[in-house]
Design a protein around this ligand. Structure first.
Ligand SMILES: Cc1ncc(COP(=O)(O)O)c(C=O)c1O
Length: 449
């Protein structure tokens, strides 16, 4: 409670170096057992100086959510119960809860109700899972059993992705045996959206089993690929369409922002995270596949001792790469029930509104340029000094040291930029104004040399 209560005011950046932290708790492995309460006390007091306030309201780095109290409490239950959510037979409670949470997610996002849902560690693993299901299906249609035979001697498998695809798509391609260099990369526009004409060209240049990867929510700009046009092109070609929506998929839950993802429900698979914008504790990602048979074929395993669920009984392991697994659906269920449909839409709308407020506070200052159309919860900013040189990296370092808020860096259009991602349920107008003031102060100090 002390840590949670300190979140609104503590410096956002950690204060201890790795050496200090190692010295505080490292040392040799004890020979004899030690007191449990003392261990927990030490962990909490000695490691805390190295804990970043990522769960607090002014952490804008990466795409980082906090934890709603209800999600944290639900997560304590998960550890207390210590259920293995692999099979129905191991925990009927977790199996039922996953089934219910899966239905709610499909309903909220407007996705096909027969789609299968897997609860994984994050969007990266969700992308791997979805692409494995895609690989199964496009090769099955080419009469190749990839689970039995692997890729050696298989029909040529093509993956097409935008120039701005998230790095986890590249990594997923490595893991499904396609390799990252062989991805056909299609051009994107100035906001990082896939250009339909470029995709059309790429599709016309390929034949055979093909997977197209697009995204809603570019990690830098928040831009969403134009799914309606993309959907038409992929349908005509017979390719599998995968949508990475690690944070952007939640726009579908907001009547005000749903237009950004129109065409979403026509895809074949989707990825999102709950530990980002849904504000549940790490780690928690979701994979959704329109074709349950392909999803199950790519993931499930059988052995004499693994008793499968009967009929409607859900075995969570059928939809994920893991066997033994944490019951990650529990905090998701808790947040969805606490927010309800309207509360979730409010969360999305509020973060997007606050991102616009941040852009307005920053963008009217000489030497500060907002680089993106702030369509979702991401703001991309570049800083220059009076003489015109790019001082963005220096401003980022100064902002992190000041400790009022935390923003990270990236490269955009070949030059450094600052990323501001508004994804925390606690963030309010005052947090944005305080953070913008700190950023502008750092810019003026750094700019003055
Ligand atoms: C578009 C996109 N896809 C995938 C990921 C990977 O998510 P995770 O780190 O939760 O696995 C991210 C992370 O920011 C992302 O923005």
């Amino acid at each position: 409670m002390a840590f949670l209560n300190s979140l609104p005011d503590r410096p956002v950046a950690p204060r201890a170096s790795s050496e200090e932290l190692m010295a505080a708790l490292g040392g040799p492995l004890p020979e004899a057992s030690q007191d449990a309460v003392r261990i927990v006390d030490d962990l909490s007091s000695r490691l805390e100086p190295g804990v970043a306030a990522t769960a607090g309201p002014r952490y804008f780095g990466f795409v980082t959510g906090g934890s709603y109290p209800v999600a944290l409490a639900a997560d304590w239950l998960v550890s207390t119960w210590d259920q293995n959510a692999a099979l129905h037979v191991m925990s009927p409670a977790m199996s039922a809860l996953e089934a219910c949470t899966a239905r709610w997610i499909l309903d909220l996002l407007g996705l096909p109700e027969q789609a299968s849902v897997g609860f994984v560690t994050g969007a990266h693993t969700a992308n791997v899972t979805a692409l494995a299901a895609a690989r199964h299906e496009v090769l099955r249609r080419a009469r190749w059993d990839v689970e039995a035979l692997g890729l050696q001697g298989a029909p040529q498998l093509t993956v097409i992705a935008g120039e701005e695809a998230h790095v986890s798509i590249h990594s997923a391609c490595r893991m499904i045996g396609v390799g990252s260099k062989t991805i056909m990369r299609v051009a994107t526009d100035e906001q990082g959206r896939v250009r339909p004409d470029a995709l059309e060209w790429a599709l016309s240049a390929t034949s055979g089993p093909t997977i197209v990867c697009v995204q809603v929510g570019n990690v830098n700009t928040g831009a969403c690929d134009p799914l309606v046009e993309i959907g038409e092109l992929t349908r005509e070609s017979g390719a599998w369409l995968h949508v990475d929506g690690a944070f952007g998929l939640w726009a579908a839950a907001s009547p005000a922002y749903r237009r950004l993802v129109s065409g979403l429900s026509d895809a074949d698979s989707w990825t999102t995270d709950a530990h980002k914008w849904l504000n549940v504790p790490y780690d928690s990602g979701i994979v959704i596949v329109r074709h349950p048979a392909a999803h199950r074929a790519a993931m499930s395993q059988t052995a004499a001792y693994l008793t499968p669920g009967q009929g409607e009984q859900r075995d969570g392991t059928d939809w994920v790469p893991e066997s033994s697994r944490r019951a990650r659906a529990v905090p998701i269920y808790a947040v969805l029930r606490m927010l309800g449909r309207s509360g979730l839409a409010d969360l999305i709308d509020r973060c997007c509104r606050l991102a616009v407020r941040m852009a307005d506070r920053l963008g009217n200052t000489p030497g500060v340029q907002v680089l993106n159309e702030v369509v979702l919860n991401q703001v991309l900013v570049r800083f220059t000094a009076a003489a015109g040189e790019n001082i963005t990296n220096e401003v980022i370092a100064a902002v992190q040291a000041a400790g009022v808020c935390w923003c990270g860096g990236t490269m955009w259009a070949g030059a450094p930029a600052m990323r501001i991602s508004v994804s925390n349920w606690r963030t309010d107008e005052a947090d944005i104004d305080r953070s913008a003031a700190s950023i502008l102060e750092c810019h003026s100090h750094v700019g003055a040399g």
